[in-house]
Design a binder for this molecule. Structure first.
Ligand SMILES: NC(=O)c1ccc[n+]([C@@H]2O[C@H](COP(=O)([O-])OP(=O)(O)OC[C@H]3O[C@@H](n4cnc5c(N)ncnc54)[C@H](OP(=O)(O)O)[C@@H]3O)[C@@H](O)[C@H]2O)c1
Length: 257
């Protein structure tokens, strides 16, 4: 292979990526790195100031970003998908990254908190992807990137709802791949280990737990958000065109041990 083709393999020039949960943590990082690879970004979350700051950062670096302020627990996913497609004319890559972990002991889980977790973490990824898949298919393909978790495979304390949602995300990813890949829409999930974000602030604030988590990896440290850059660009780009239905653990070898 000619080395000159390498940049093209990973380029997202002319592509549009919709990233949910783009105001912080993993979603913000994904939006920024996808923009740096050439994609125009449609950023979705609730917090207006953080959305504006992301768009400023991306446009300041020469990219394109538009924000849709939406509460995904309330939003109509079909309408949101249509609004997202209007921004730049299409959506080629969907990053289903918004998520919550309420960390409730089983006895404290209510129907409302259970449904909140399952709806945001599992149902929204399905309904948004289903709404966006037809226009991806019409253009010959696209990408869905879900966010799974160590809890797609492992059980952690106080995490029944979250674990159920992330176990569901792993199987949803395979089912999406089965349905849509023949039309060029590859569907995969990234399963991060422990990364410092708002969601894991309590875990990282506890030095003992943080060190214990790091010690359970093969590499010997917890994740940096930059560790997700490569896999995000890879799964969004032509480089991953024969990969679908996979859950890719970016966990420093946590699940290998
Ligand atoms: N950090 C880790 O170690 C880790 C490990 C495994 C999996 N994950 C997964 O990675 C994903 C991102 O998590 P993170 O760690 O980056 O957490 P984070 O920093 O707390 O980000 C969560 C994002 O979701 C958005 N969000 C939450 N509720 C929403 C709602 N009702 N409507 C719209 N957006 C909403 C938040 O934006 P607004 O508040 O502005 O709405 C925020 O942008 C989640 O699916 C999480 O389960 C994280």
């Amino acid at each position: 292979m000619d080395n000159a083709n390498l940049p093209a393999l990973f380029s997202l020039q002319g592509k549009v990526a919709l990233v949910t949960g783009a105001t912080s943590g993993i979603g913000r990082r994904q939006a920024t790195v996808l923009a740096s690879a050439g994609a125009s970004i449609v950023a979705v979350a609730r917090r207006r100031t953080e959305l504006d700051s992301l768009c400023d950062d991306i446009s300041g670096a020469g990219g394109n970003c538009t924000a849709i302020e939406a509460d995904l627990l309330e939003a109509d996913c079909d309408a949101l998908a249509a609004q997202a497609c209007e921004a730049f004319g299409q959506v080629d890559v969907l990053c289903n990254t918004a998520g919550i972990n309420l960390r409730e002991p089983a006895a404290d889980i209510t129907r409302a908190s259970w449904e909140r977790t399952l709806w945001l973490n599992l149902s929204v990824p399905f309904f948004l992807a289903r709404a966006l898949e037809p226009q991806m298919r019409e253009r010959g393909g696209g990408r869905v990137i879900n966010i799974a978790s160590l809890q797609s495979e492992r059980a952690f304390a106080n995490s029944m709802a979250y674990g159920a949602s992330k176990g569901g995300v792993a199987q949803l990813t395979r089912a999406m791949a089965e349905s849509w890949s023949a039309n060029g829409v590859c569907c995969n999930a990234i399963a991060p280990g422990f990364f410092p974000t708002e969601l894991t602030a309590a875990v990282f604030a506890n030095d003992e737990i943080s060190k214990r988590n790091a010690g359970q990896t093969a590499i010997g440290r917890n994740g940096d958000l930059a560790d997700l850059d490569g896999v995000t660009i890879f799964l969004a780009s032509a480089a991953s065109s024969y990969i679908t239905g996979q859950i890719i653990y970016v966990d420093g070898g946590f699940t290998a041990k």
